[in-house]
Design a protein around this ligand. Structure first.
Ligand code: NAD
Length: 438
């Protein structure tokens, strides 16, 4: 029998078709914790999940194959107690099905934590499309096909997973998704969406910096030196927020000369220095500063970079900054560096999309309260709660944030309860896997 997880995603999609299917699932029985796969020929899928360090009782993993594109789709549902599993759709190349599954599992659990910590009534999930290296993935016609297929895949899942934008996916792609399914958020402003979330994300990260500095007795951001790796959508908006708080200086780096040229023009006369860096040159991280903000890449905090960092606080927008969570969080703590976990600091992107269906008001209190210091769930207060817990228990800040988030993740949706579990039961009972992917 073929072990499906060693196959390339495209080969797995072909394998699925060879057994007469274009859909597959693995779901966890909520009572026994046993994993059930849709077809005996896919037993290897269940075995992989059972032994994966990234599997944490995920409620369901749903896979599909696009009829025309032949691409492999995934919807990873981690925990729906707080509501529908929500998390962005990543269009990314994966060498094997195992890599595809690990990434989806890990990212879905991360979304459970981010959503719970942000106080949103959503569970955690993640969408993936495996990008075939031979496919014309930049071609607009191909993208239109693949995103429409993915959207119909979401529709078939009856709303247990709610998709959104993520790495490799842009606003035009989201418009295609929205054309085929209602189970999507972060849609373009032209069709009633909340627009670019980056300014909100940047402001939230800056509130987290303030929370961390205040916790450490280091005062406010005024007079501080801040270093940013990455001055893209979030990084550049962060410069505005920092200057508004009278920081002493900002040093930013980017790999895009074009981007830096336009920022140099924008910040002429301000105490903002901008440096061009090669992609593999991370020397910016070792610049002396009060706060270091990784705003570009995941996995940037690792055994190679951590020993070079001299910042007191690390607080940035990039997702999954720690390469290996426990090891690297420990290494930062041992060096006396206060790390504000990314999923705590960068929550405002998702918060700004979360309530799209409820309409818009100016200076929306549902958004503004996250930036203030009154509400217990504001970014500032949750940052302080996390750092206090870490100090009191002698655990890393990453572990403290996860502990708070995991407790909140267990609170059931006040109106709908654990409806996601009922949707999954319905999908299994209706033999969802025998249906055709569009
Ligand atoms: P972006 O693509 O607009 O900006 C990233 C910038 O980093 C680009 O300008 C890129 O040239 C630069 N870059 C890439 N590699 C670099 C390197 N080695 N050194 C220096 N610069 C480098 O993306 P963004 O929307 O600003 O998001 C930044 C990060 O924050 C991403 O990891 C994203 O997943 C995360 N994030 C973003 C949001 C949001 O609202 N946009 C929300 C949550 C998390």
């Amino acid at each position: 029998m073929v072990d499906p997880v060693v196959l390339r995603p495209r080969a797995f999609a072909d394998h699925l078709r060879s057994i007469g299917r274009s859909r597959a699932y693995a779901v966890t029985d909520p009572q026994s914790g046993n994993i059930k796969v849709s077809d005996p020929a896919l037993a290897g899928l269940g075995d992989f999940l059972r032994t994966s360090p990234d599997f944490h009782g995920h409620e369901g993993v749903f896979l599909g194959v696009g009829r025309e594109s032949g691409a492999l789709f995934g919807a990873f549902v981690h925990d729906t107690r707080r509501g529908q599993a929500q998390g962005g759709l990543r269009f990314w190349p994966y060498p094997t099905l195992a890599g595809f599954l690990s990434d989806g599992l890990r990212l879905a659990q991360g979304m459970t934590r981010k959503n719970a910590l942000a106080g949103i009534w959503w569970g955690g999930g993640k969408g993936l499309i495996a990008r075939d290296p031979d496919a014309p993935f930049r071609d607009p016609a191909y993208r239109r096909t693949i995103y429409r297929e993915y959207a119909s895949f979401c529709t078939s899942l009856r709303g247990v997973y709610l998709t959104a934008e993520d790495a490799g996916t842009g606003p035009a792609d989201m418009a295609e998704v929205f054309a085929q399914t209602r189970f999507v958020t972060c849609i373009p402003a032209a069709v009633g969406g909340s627009g670019n979330p980056s300014p909100a994300t940047a402001k939230g990260v800056v509130c987290a910096m303030e929370g961390a500095l205040d916790h450490l007795g280091l005062g406010t951001l005024a007079g501080k030196r801040i270093v940013l790796q990455g001055t893209g959508n979030v990084g550049s908006a962060m410069i505005d927020e920092l200057l508004a708080r009278d920081v002493a200086s900002v040093l930013g780096s980017d790999i895009s000369g074009e981007r830096l040229a336009s920022l140099r023009e924008r910040y002429a006369g301000a105490n903002v220095e901008l440096r061009l860096r090669e992609g593999d040159d991370h020397s910016i991280l070792s610049e002396p500063c009060d706060v270091l903000a990784p705003n570009a890449l995941g996995g940037i905090l690792n055994p190679e970079t951590i020993p070079t960092i001299t910042a007191k606080v690390i607080c940035g927008a990039a997702n999954n900054q720690l390469l290996a969570e426990e090891r690297d969080a420990n290494a930062l703590r041992d060096r006396g560096i206060v790390y504000v976990p990314d999923f705590l600091a960068n929550r405002m992107g998702i918060v700004s999309c979360a309530n799209e269906q409820y309409g818009y008001v100016d200076d929306d209190p549902a958004i503004q309260r996250h930036f203030g210091r009154e509400w217990d769930n504001s970014v500032f207060k949750v940052t302080q709660q996390t750092l206090r817990l870490a100090a009191a228990e002698g655990i890393t800040t990453a572990a403290a944030a996860s502990r708070i988030a995991d407790e909140l993740a267990g609170h059931e949706h006040p109106i709908w309860g654990h409806r996601g579990a009922a949707i999954i039961r319905t999908l299994v009972d209706a033999r969802w896997h025998e249906g055709a992917c569009p």
